[in-house]
Design a protein around this ligand. Structure first.
Ligand code: SF4
Length: 217
C-alpha cells in the first residue's frame, strides 16, 4: 500500500472521489454519484452527475423531478432507466424517513433503493469520514485476488476477507488506491505487469496474459 501511495500520485482519481472533494464531502452528492457510477466509465459518471446536480442539488429538489427528466439528465450512464427510478425513490425516502439527511449507518443506507454494500461503504468513507469500512468494487475484488491478499468469488466475500487480511489504517483508502491502480495499470485484461511497481511481490494469481505498454505504470 505504501508503494501504491507513491505510484498513484499524479494519476487520475476515480470520479466519485473527485466529486466528493469538489463538493466538500456532501453526503447527498456522494450517494447519488455513487449510484450513477455502477458499471459506468468515470468520465460518463462525472458528466451525468454534473448535469443532474446543476438542476437539483438536494434530496428535496431532486425528489420533485419526474423520473423521465432524471433519465434525460443522467443518460448515457449504464442502466439509466433503473438508476433514475432508484435516484428518485432514494430522494423521496431520504425526505420522508430521514428528515432530508443521508443516513450515516450501514443498516439504514442499505434500506435505500439501489444502495448495496459498495455504495453504502463509499458514502460512509467519503461523506461520513468512516475509518471502519472497506469499499469493494470490481477493481478491488480483482486486484486483491491477483495479489493473493484474499481468495474469494464475490466482492462481498472480498470485503469481509479484507477486514481480516489488512490493517485497519488502510481500510478507508484501499478503494482509492486499488481503483486508481485498476483503471491505469492492473487492468481487467492485459494488466501492465512488466511496468508495475508491485511486480516483485505480486503472485499475479489468475493472470494469463499481460499488456506491454502503458504510460502510467
Ligand atoms: S504485477 Fe500485474 S497483477 Fe500484480 S498488481 Fe501489478 S499489474 Fe496487477
Amino acid at each position: 500500500m505504501r508503494r501504491l501511495a507513491k505510484a498513484i500520485d499524479g494519476l487520475d482519481e476515480p470520479a466519485v472521489e473527485k466529486i466528493a472533494k469538489d463538493q466538500q464531502e456532501d453526503p447527498f452528492q456522494v450517494l447519488i454519484a455513487t449510484l450513477l457510477s455502477a458499471q459506468t466509465r468515470d468520465a460518463v459518471t462525472a458528466a451525468a452527475s454534473a448535469r443532474l446536480f446543476r438542476v437539483a442539488r438536494t434530496p428535496r429538489t431532486m425528489a420533485k423531478l419526474p423520473v423521465l427528466r432524471i433519465q434525460e439528465l443522467i443518460y448515457p450512464v449504464s442502466f439509466y432507466r433503473n438508476k433514475a427510478v432508484h435516484v428518485r425513490r432514494t430522494c423521496e425516502q431520504i425526505m420522508t424517513r430521514f428528515g432530508g439527511r443521508v443516513p450515516s449507518t450501514m443498516d439504514e443506507l442499505l434500506t435505500l433503493p439501489g444502495v448495496g454494500r459498495k455504495t453504502a461503504n463509499l458514502v460512509l468513507i467519503l461523506a461520513h469520514a468512516s475509518q471502519d469500512n472497506i469499499c469493494v468494487d470490481t477493481h478491488v475484488h480483482r486486484i486483491a485476488n491477483r495479489m493473493g491478499w484474499v481468495r474469494t468469488r464475490t466482492p462481498e466475500e472480498t470485503e469481509h476477507a479484507l477486514y481480516r487480511a489488512t490493517r485497519r489504517r488502510w481500510w478507508s483508502i484501499i478503494n482509492l488506491y486499488l481503483v486508481t491502480w485498476g483503471q491505469n495499470v492492473c487492468r481487467p485484461v492485459y494488466p501492465l505487469c512488466p511496468q508495475c511497481v508491485l511486480i516483485d511481490i505480486c503472485p499475479k494469481i489468475g493472470v494469463t496474459k499481460v499488456g506491454k505498454r502503458g504510460k502510467n505504470a
